[in-house]
Design a binder for this molecule. Sequence first.
Ligand code: CDP
Ligand code: MG
Length: 698
Amino acid sequence: MSSSTTSRQQQHQQPQQQHRLSMFDRDDDGGSGGGLNSAADLLVFNSNQKLSITQQRIALPIFQVRRQILYLLETHQTLVIVGNTGCGKTTQIPQYLVEAGWAEGGRSIVCTQPRRVAAMSVANRVAEETGTNIGEIVGYAVRFEDTITESTKIKYMTDGMLIREMMMDPLLSRYPVIMIDEAHERSLPTDILMGLLKKVQARRKDLKIIVSSATLDAEDMCQFFNSNRTGDKSKDTAVILSIEGRNYPVDIHYLLKSSVNYIDTTTTTIVDIHTTQPPGDVLVFLTGQEEIETIRRALEDRLSDANGKSRRLSPYKIIPLYSGLPMTKQMKVFEKPDIKVRKIILATNIAETSITIDGIVYVVDTGFVKIKTYSGRSGLESLVVVPTSQASANQRAGRAGRNRPGKCYRLYTQEAFSKLSVHTLPEIQRSNLAPVVLQLKALGIDNILNFDFVSPPPPDAMIRALEVLYALGALNDDCKLTTPVGHIMAEFPVEPQFSRMILSSVNYGCSEEIITIVAMLSIQGLFVNQSQSIRRSFTVKEGDHLTLLNLFNIFSRKSKSDSSWCHENQINYKVMLRCVQVRKQLLAYAKKYQIKLISITDNNDKNIPDKTVPIRKAIVSGFFTNAAHLQPDGSYQTVKDKHKLWIHPTSVLSTVNSPEWVLFHDVTVTTKEFMKELCVIEPSWLYEIAPHFYKFKS
Ligand code: CDP
Ligand code: MG
């Protein structure tokens, strides 16, 4: 086999979802394809379903180390637990702690999750295991939803929620043990939480921290929490416990020379495995839905060709796996067809750590992953396909050796491997930091540069964050949080640009409308399919924000149970209901902070002939950084950084005469850098509303 990895950009053309809420809960799966799953829809496989709950609990690998966990927690302040996904970390450890008495005397155990869906789903599972209703012994708290009561002993929360709780109770005094779960993901809130908890632990020697990881490289995290500086190992305050140390050897194969046709190399490798290698399932790592579908088609053609031409091939089954896929289809990766049938799983990065599939003997690693990146210079976050890291490549390879010795085919050269970065950059090093800085300031951490980050973020991103927060009015000249604006912005459970919009909207007389727009932009997966024609039927010529507002208003005038209207208009009804829920929560926050609710439709002032103007100005007050100007070639250039961008085809503005000045919500990179969710603006508003940010312009 020979081949490579060039000219990849052209192959990624599908519109991708953005991370919109860097410091908050995620609806998505971290960029491997978008899609929204409800709590019940998290991909989990239980091979012991037929056993009683007690027997199921005993059958889990983690049960073997139950006593060790409890012992190490007595003797150390921090315990790092490493074990494959599915071995029982999330559901069992909190229960062991309760059983051992850690939650007595009104205390409770917290277990954090990077994603809201995971927190909800695992809480439901543990409630089921304990035979109680959600909220009684086991509860969850995620953004916009809290089921925790006085009696709750096990709390599953998103990391972001626990950080918010620290604003009320900085030492988290009611919790004897805090478990930071899925730490290997190194999500932005997880990293911040680790830094904060290390500070708390210095003040509260009784606080036990459990860090749980599904990958082996946990040494850094253990060192981060270890406060022993004596060099005497026996005095370490942090220790690692590995649950499934045993993995079978995996033979690694590299390409001899780089290939030019990526799709062809991938399919050829899979066909070769199927035609020459002994039985065993195949797991292929790809970057996204579109690519998976392309490879699937190519593979079907090649395999049926081979079947016709030569001898009959042994039976096989191609199974795609990405998060946008309906749950019943995702579950197919766990089904065991006839023993003779070889499963060929075409998966995104979710198969790297988020799920564990038994029976994989061959791994094909294309060497790429789709992740979020951020440029401190342009201030833009975007999803891009990049080479994986060595750690990630090793984790992928390990998936082949769970049940017996396996093989991993890396579709790049050994030299290319040696040039890969050792670790994947943690999210904090590739994110917009404005929400982080705001939250840390609200927690009283003024000298952010001295904060003990697990991995320090790049300085240019930090400077950008300070600059933006200052322009938003959240920080004063001394870089301190302003009162009340900065404090309210930090406490509002949305990104600072959104809370700024909401605060300003009162002055523009349109807080009702702005709250609706914020709710609409906070949800994902609203349109059943991404084609623009659906949006078009609600078009407001001033752009997508106003189009979304219009859509919501039409929906809310219908009866609430009108799912058929959604169906006809290809709008996801469940997502729409969630938007209604989010909007309600935002209204409650508005009430709490005495933000007046006013609608522009109640304003009869003859001086405002165009009622979209105040709404658009309120949007500018939050997102003035994202202003762009039309260029002669039809592209746009950001006003501040002269960055070239295009209107995304899903925008309602993509088919009209290009407006001269626009403001965008976010950027996605596929074939080009596209702006998504646009609003038509007047340039004079920028200087009127954000004079600090645009001070050098005339
Ligand atoms: O956290 P970790 O990945 O180590 O495992 P877990 O989430 O605690 O799950 C342990 C086991 O519980 C899984 O292997 C499933 O058998 C079962 N489980 C389930 O059936 N349904 C869930 N929603 C979660 C877990
Ligand atoms: Mg888990």
